[in-house]
Design a protein around this ligand. Structure first.
Ligand SMILES: Cc1cc2nc3c(=O)[nH]c(=O)nc-3n(C[C@H](O)[C@H](O)[C@H](O)COP(=O)(O)OP(=O)(O)OC[C@H]3O[C@@H](n4cnc5c(N)ncnc54)[C@H](O)[C@@H]3O)c2cc1C
Length: 386
């Protein structure tokens, strides 16, 4: 079924489906097991020219978030980590596109588009994940620019990144706070180090690390947008636009878990029957299909709204619903999938426990599902901050 996709999107879907079957599926388990950065998958995405899909033709993209969702969904169906390579690249791209100066755009976007440059994004600190306003890393004004001090956590892709978008509390020369800004910190900057990788339950292919900033000097031109909250707000608003893409990763994951389950219950036998003969199992896969399809429709609609130019307080609750619902569905589907595999669901010999572990991650990253529910409730109750 081709849904509401246009010809270009159908072709993109067909292409990625083929590539996944031929090249990605065979690598998925290994990437998860070894937790080594999948450089070959990065090069594959580079060769397919997929790093610009959501962005305009000027950068070689389709200009469509729905197309980006389709790409991520198809990769997510077979390998969470390969889909995550795209998203890790798209977030800094979108942030610089939304809030960067023409010079910053010229310096970073062409390289991100070809994959010659890799970016990462760092907001989270030990004491503040959901509560971005609690960040303590500072960027204090100096005669030449700023000096950054502090520590970050969970920065995904930072080990291979050429630069990192670092959220810091901007201080005037006298130490007075002026708001939060993103600063572009390049690899090799003096006083900047990437710490030991987190041992992760899921999303293991692209490692996440703490970052340390010890009097790291950056030029004024490294700051995104005007000093203070405005530039940061602009950058954060782009997260509403990219949220359907995160949700699409969950739809793909749910679909992939279901694909594996159907194959398994058709082949596995008990009590003289295929497992797929038992009503309990049949109804479980039917529920998986209904929920996955409902999530897909919500995600495609949110993405189509972004493509139609909807933004701000109208887009925010829909994008939140898409992310929250799709990742909750992915978790439910993956949980039932493990159940239907029986002991094989627990065994590392089968792919399904990888889906279960990766699903949990999507409920937490890019704004936890509680935070998404807060966005939805604020919108329903008329409590949206201007
Ligand atoms: C695999 C992985 C990759 C990541 N990559 C990055 C990255 O690249 N860059 C980056 O900056 N961060 C990254 N993160 C961090 C991620 O963004 C945070 O983990 C997430 O925002 C939640 O923050 P926290 O873990 O500090 O939880 P907390 O904010 O401490 O929350 C703990 C619990 O309380 C709930 N909670 C908090 N506030 C509320 C509230 N107001 N109402 C209801 N419930 C609430 C949360 O939903 C959660 O369940 C990554 C995390 C993971 C797991």
């Amino acid at each position: 079924m081709q849904y509401c996709l246009n010809e270009e999107q159908t072709q993109l879907q067909d292409l990625i489906r083929r590539v996944c079957a031929e090249k990605v599926a065979a690598r998925a388990a290994d990437i998860d097991r070894t937790a080594e950065y999948p450089q070959d998958m990065f090069e594959l995405l580079q060769k397919l020219d997929l790093f610009t899909v959501p962005f305009s033709a000027e950068y070689g993209g389709t200009g469509s978030v729905l197309s980006a969702c389709i790409a991520v969904e198809e990769f997510g169906r077979v390998c969470y980590n390969t889909g995550a390579l795209l998203v890790t690249q798209w977030v800094p791209f979108g942030t610089i596109l939304a809030g960067g100066s023409p010079e910053q755009q010229k310096r970073y976007l062409p390289g991100l588009a070809t994959g010659e440059l890799r970016g990462a994004t760092s907001l989270t600190e030990a004491q503040s994940g959901s509560d971005v306003s609690g960040i303590k890393t500072t960027a204090r004004r100096t005669a030449d620019g700023y000096v950054i001090n502090g520590a970050k956590m969970w920065c995904t892709g930072s080990l291979v990144a050429d630069f990192i978008m670092v959220a810091a509390r901007t201080l005037a020369e006298d130490g007075k706070p002026v708001g939060i800004n993103f600063f572009i910190v390049e690899r090799g900057a003096k006083g900047f180090t990437v710490g030991r990788k987190e041992e992760k339950l899921g999303a293991r292919g692209i490692s996440s690390h703490p970052l340390f900033f010890d009097n790291v000097p950056v030029a004024e031109t490294a700051r995104l947008g005007p000093e203070g909250g405005e530039g940061f707000k602009l950058a954060m608003e782009t997260l509403n636009k990219s949220r359907p893409i995160i949700a699409a990763r969950a739809v793909g994951l749910a679909q992939g878990a279901m694909d594996h389950t159907i194959e398994f219950i058709r082949n596995r036998r008990a009590f003289g029957h295929q497992i797929s003969d038992f009503q309990g199992a049949r109804w479980m896969v039917s529920d998986m299909a209904m929920k996955t399809e409902a999530a897909r429709q919500l995600v495609y609609r949110a993405a189509a709204m972004v493509d139609a130019g909807v933004k701000g307080s109208v887009l925010a609750p829909l994008a939140a619903q898409a992310k929250c619902y799709a990742s909750d569905v992915a978790m439910q589907v993956a949980t039932d999938a493990v159940q239907l595999f029986g002991a094989a669901g627990i065994s590392g010999e089968y792919p399904i426990n990888r889906y279960f572990r990766d699903a949990k991650v999507i409920q937490i990253v890019e704004g936890t599902n509680q935070i998404q529910r807060n966005i939805i409730a604020d919108s329903l109750l008329g409590r949206v901050k201007k």
